[in-house]
Ligand binder design. Structure first.
Ligand code: ASN
Ligand code: ZN
Ligand code: CA
Length: 329
């Protein structure tokens, strides 16, 4: 799990008190993680604004009214994601070259989104509804940073089925980062955005065990899935990842209850999240291309499972079963 070497203290909004990588001055510059910096846009929508600087090495107070709080969450999310890539995927930063991206917080006014940009090689966060719910939770940070990972590897086009796979890749690694952090205030789950309350009713943005619970996402592949918005055509791949990790049916984990269905009534036995994300990462970085569709993702993950665990392995068979369970054959 995540352990910072440095001594900065972040009082975050979503993850409690955490250790942050900071540099003398003090600034939010994480020297041990490629020099990742976090900037304050202070309501602006372009440029970098100003680097977060402080007379002490304590950042934020847990409340969105303190501008450093969202910065602490974002800086922490980037650090955990960096460590996840390094320690779990064997990857040295987004591009594998040891160079960090940067984060920008307080984008615009009450802006309810976060995004990755290849142009700046950076991720950006709005402050959410009434400027009280910044979109800086761990799973969202892992999601956004992983758009950079996808862009620098498979390059999945952000439209049609490849776009859904691009979105799913960000949800898969975003949720994996949340589990990896082992943070008591934001325990791991297969929900995306459960902390940021975008809908205003306490429900998450997306559900990986049964994507249709969001009212829009597809649970299963069909020939029309590529016409959906990419955040909904991600459903079958998110569902695949859940089934491959945890298996079908009912399950409670860290206090969250899941009940994952299958297209054909089959039973899937999970192989655990760690093997599942290693297979997805190998597929993404070795076999997927910009135009990979669902059939191609199935082939890519089967090849990856063969490479990692062998052709007749239980892991290979579980990949095949999980795809069949979301109607990809
Ligand atoms: N937050 C969204 C995402 O990362 C922004 C977008 O629609 N691209 O998917
Ligand atoms: Zn996304
Ligand atoms: Ca989550």
């Amino acid at each position: 799990s995540y352990e910072a070497i440095e001594t900065g203290v972040g009082n975050t909004q979503y993850s409690g008190q955490v250790t942050l990588g900071t540099s003398a001055g003090y600034t939010l510059t994480d020297a041990t993680r490629g020099g990742h910096k976090t900037y304050n846009l202070n309501g602006g929508t372009s440029g970098t604004g100003t680097l977060f600087t402080n007379s002490t090495d304590t950042w934020g107070n847990g409340s969105a009214s303190n501008p450093e709080t969202a910065a602490a969450d974002a800086h922490y999310g980037a650090a955990v994601t960096w460590d996840f890539y390094k320690n779990e995927l064997g990857r040295n930063g987004i591009r594998g070259d040891g160079v960090a991206a940067y984060s920008r917080v307080h984008y615009g006014n009450a802006y309810v989104n976060a995004f990755w940009s290849d142009q700046c090689f950076c991720m950006t966060y709005g402050d959410g509804t009434n400027n009280t719910k910044p979109l800086t939770s761990l799973d969202v940070a892992g999601h956004e940073m992983s758009h950079g990972l996808t862009a620098s590897t498979a390059g999945l086009n952000y439209r049609r089925e490849s776009g859904g796979l691009n979105e799913a890749t960000s949800d898969i690694f975003g949720t994996s980062v949340e589990f990896y952090a082992n943070n008591a205030s934001d325990t791991g789950d297969y929900l995306i955005g459960e902390k940021i309350d975008i809908r205003g009713n306490g429900t998450p943005l997306r559900y990986m065990d049964k994507p249709s619970k969001d009212g829009n996402s597809a649970d299963y592949w069909s020939s029309g899935v590529g016409r959906l918005d990419v955040h909904y055509s991600s459903g079958p791949a998110n569902h695949f990842f859940y089934l491959l990790s945890e298996g079908s049916g009912a399950k409670t984990l860290n206090g969250v209850s899941y009940n994952s269905p299958t297209y054909d009534g089959s039973t899937v036995t999970g192989i655990g999240r760690q093997k599942a994300y290693k297979i997805w990462y190998k597929a993404l970085t070795t076999y997927m291309t910009s135009s990979t569709d669902y059939a191609g993702a199935r082939a890519a993950t089967l090849s990856a499972a063969t490479d990692l665990y062998g052709a007749g392995s239980a892991e290979y068979n579980a990949v095949a079963s999980a795809w069949k369970a979301v109607n990809v054959k």
